[in-house]
Design a protein around this ligand. Sequence first.
Ligand code: ARG
Ligand code: ZN
Length: 888
Amino acid sequence: SIVHCEDYAAPDHNVESIHLTFDLVPNQTTVTARMIVIPKDDRKSDDFVLYRDDVSMTYLKIGGKDSLPGQYAFVADKLIIHDISEPTEIEIQTRINPRTNLQLSGLYMSRNNYITQCEAEGFRRIMYFPDRPDVLAKYRVVIHAPKDYKALLSNGNLMEQGELLDGRNYAIWDDPFPKPSYLFALVAGNFVAQEETIKLANGKEALLQIWTEPSNQGKTDFAMQSLIKAIRWDEERFGLNLDLDRFMIVATDDFNMGAMENKGLNIFNSKCVLADSRIATDEDFARIESVIAHEYFHNWTGDRVTCRDWFQLSLKEGLTVFREQEFAADMLGTPSARAVKRIQDVRYLRTNQFPEDAGPMAHPIRPESYRQIDNFYTTTVYEKGAEVVRMYQTLFGKEGFRRGLLEYINRFDGTAATCSDFLTAMEESNGEDLSQFELWYSQAGTPRVSVSSKWDENEKTLTLTLHQSNRSFPGRAAPKPLLIPVSIGILGDDGKDIELQLQGEDNPDGTTRTLLFDQQEQTWVFENINSRPILSIGRGYSAPVIFDIEYTKDQLAFLARNDSDLFNRAEAFDRLTLLMIDQYILDLQKKGPNQGRDHIPVSEAYLFTFEDILNDESLSPAYRAELLKFPDENYIAEHRILIEPALVREVSDQIRKKIGTRLRATLEDKVQKMATPGAYRPNPIDAGKRALKHVCLGYLAFADNPKAIQQIRALYKTANNLTDQLAALKISVEASLPIAQELLNMAEIEWQREPLLMNKWLTLHSRLRHSREQRTVVEKIHALTLHGSYQPKNPNCIYSLLYAFFRSGGPEFHRPDGMGYQLWVNSVLSTDQFNPQVAARLARVLENWRRYEPSLSRMMYKALRFVNSHRELSPDVREIIENALYEP
Ligand code: ARG
Ligand code: ZN
């Protein structure tokens, strides 16, 4: 059934408190719940509504007495208890089976440990409850568990723990803060903790713990340091303190997503916590720091102030992603490093969110309807949501943003709020009217802003005209113009920024300013422009839009060398690269199949600019690496009208080869200069050097440079860190070097005892290239599902092998004989048997089938139809497939 945002109705009853007792038994856990239910004065009905999913009831007591048949009814997925017209104690006991819970939603087992995941609707798989985010209750939890279970954890404060008369262990937890059921958590098992006590800014002490299975002891130092940094940052930037005596993190290998912000007891996928130089790359270190911070920041933006309903998901997620991004940038410090982070985030948005917004799953950051809320934990809600939050800061400045955020928290602390509440707090505390800005919450699609400008040499003016267009959806009102903050600068012919003097204003006002673009079309005139200007548009990526602007290649090369805005400097080079690729494709398409297809030159001007940037010592290595690494095939595909994976591959490989050949000397020189001798340190400077070294080695490898191949082999063998090792493997596999198989074999032996490493090993195979003699890559991937390290029910394994392969976007998956799609069909259907959430993620891979070349598109359509013809699909997968087929 479909849920609509506009149908929201507040609950008729509150739950004041709930006492839960868990008797943990693998296939028959008993959950006893006693709750105090309070009817609301303005209620519409005396029926108290509880949800259920896969639980069975052993008894129900109402007001202390055994219930009678007429007092309650089961209606579909609900239990309705009638006549609750005064405060009533309700006691329910349920039986659940954590052992067979392979959906990993509710209470489930990871090996012999108990873990919960309740967001979004997992609590109803534990017990009957008004499992909706606007019902906030106080929890007290009693856990009974076998003797050898050392860790018995839940939210809040530990009140008591000890041994029961029968020899089992127990613990009692009390959470002082009312919370919705999705933030409930329980963990029980054989875990050990790294702990630290810190003093908070408000003078209180807090105990921090990171719990892992004993085999992972010693891999949590970095996560602990990240947590402390996150706590400090929220104190300093927003004056927000940790509000509990104890803050716990638990790592588990069996988890559907990255991590979860349960109050006081965050649960993490181990790949987002565990790190040391042997098992984590520079990128992993950076991601772990961000995810730890993200979940910690939810304590205020998510837990203390939560969401009224799931349509408001971006209220907590968009906001928390933005906070996480700001934190990560502050940890980096230097402008150049911050720019790198921003470039990466924007690339991620373009590669993942833009296609979503252009496809059948397009939805506003505040969706209007859904069948399965789990399908809406999307890049739109998270990353575009974060861009929308960023725009408040662009509009009001850091101080204004802080004021608005604190106002929001003060107003809504302890309650369940909406996106409009956030907007209202922001506008009222900044004295602005944001009614037009609110359209960002209700309009889907990536807005396009076309930019035209005219320099009047005599008047010395530059006239800038912006025009916006927004995607329209059938059956909906035509889109309205949005308020788009457009930050701009103007470069003179000396490459320096010009002071911006708007016509009608007395004085120039800086060299970057943010135009408030709120009409369909709007014009600004700048004065005192004495030489031919070049526009730098959307500095820092001031809004999540596509800027359509015609630059000549010379202008782009100029901007790539001179723009003072480091983000836009990268943008210019990015545009230049995409133009070069488009030109190359055109040239290639003019040739026949056997007509010297690799004799097309890469433009000399492009190579010049490339080399200049490579040599520019004023730019940090990390920044140069980010600019110069060849764009991902999916990124190239996303900017083309028709997606032709084989063509994109051919062109990418050829261009890389040519760059590697033509710029050999400079690339080799950089490989040498970027050495990072001594002990491994995952800091941004060393990481940047490694990144640039790997980028250069990559180009050289594509050019079959024998020296580079030796270096890559040596890099793998002598590395004192995983970053170098993995880079060596990636390059060898992608460039199909003769050493690839040898390195893969070595890694398999070295890594076999470490699941996180074996997942990376599996992922490497998604980069394998066709080759004549061997099995197809599809067959290889399929064969790997039988590998000893591949656990078929484990989400990380499925993502690492199958999802990575499907998402790689290469011609090994998009085969003309459809074998890749066959593997996709089988994977979606078999995964759906036990884990619909993961299956739905796999299913989304083909949703943009309409954009592919016709021969592939037809087969993708057939594959989708085939999946859809199955009667037993989960609602999760059904929603994805139907959307893909019948674009709603
Ligand atoms: N709230 C978590 C986060 O911080 C995501 C959990 C989503 N889980 C799910 N099954 N939908 O990103
Ligand atoms: Zn989150």
